[in-house]
Design a protein around this ligand. Structure first.
Ligand SMILES: C[S@@+](CC[C@H](N)C(=O)[O-])C[C@H]1O[C@@H](n2cnc3c(N)ncnc32)[C@H](O)[C@@H]1O
Length: 192
């Protein structure tokens, strides 16, 4: 694993963890690393990834959790009003089909539930990540795979398109990474 990849994954999860609760869906769960970190604060954990190998490893590591292999570029998730928190840690930048993703998020969240996501900023992705990948600090494959780069405004526009609302946005790792919290408003909640 490239030198800083595990450090960055742990740092992302430390940022996400305080916002995670209840029944959670972890999109792009890989081997379910997040499950270990938040086990004491959630009711249930469901992980989803397009990689059958990652899902097989996750099932072995976490027999008490639910996992499914699904490509969220191609299919809307098979859940409705099912989750309090949907996590996407370093995943949205890999997604081509944001319409299908947005439909999945709006459908699978309970009213009042939140999407908690991290994704590189344009600065972090285009400059720092590319530079780090070129000298072996980060994964080059991951850097090459980033096709949807978000800033605060784009998070807000994406949320609004699916009847969701950006409620919090902050930068971390010296402006290279960002945390966004996107809520599914409860019925009757006034638009901000
Ligand atoms: C950079 S890794 C992030 C893993 C973990 N969430 C973390 O923060 O360390 C991105 C993960 O998203 C998954 N992924 C990418 N595109 C996907 C898609 N279209 N549908 C489902 N999973 C996808 C990849 O297989 C990979 O496990």
């Amino acid at each position: 694993m490239p030198l800083l990849s595990k450090y960055l994954s742990d740092a992302r999860m430390a940022r996400l963890a305080p916002h995670i609760k209840g029944d959670i869906l972890d999109i792009g769960c890989q081997r379910g690393q997040l499950k270990t970190k938040v086990a004491g604060q959630i009711r249930s954990y469901t992980g989803l990834d397009m990689s059958p190998a990652a899902v097989a490893a996750a099932r072995e590591l976490h027999p008490d959790a639910t996992f499914l292999t699904l490509n969220i570029d191609e299919e809307v998730v098979p859940f409705e009003d099912a989750f309090d928190t949907i996590v996407m840690s370093a995943v949205i930048e890999h997604i081509f089909n944001l319409r299908t993703l947005g439909q999945s998020l709006a459908k699978a969240l309970r009213p009042g539930g939140v999407v908690v996501l991290t994704t590189p900023t344009p600065f972090g992705n285009d400059f720092i990540h590319s530079l780090g990948a070129s000298i072996g600090l980060f994964s080059k494959i991951a850097a090459d795979d980033h096709i949807a780069i978000f800033n605060r405004k784009r998070c807000e526009v994406f949320a609004n398109e699916f009847g969701l609302r950006l409620t919090r946005h902050s930068l971390f790792q010296l402006g290279c990474n960002q945390l966004a919290i996107i809520e599914k408003p409860a019925p009757g909640a006034l638009a901000a």
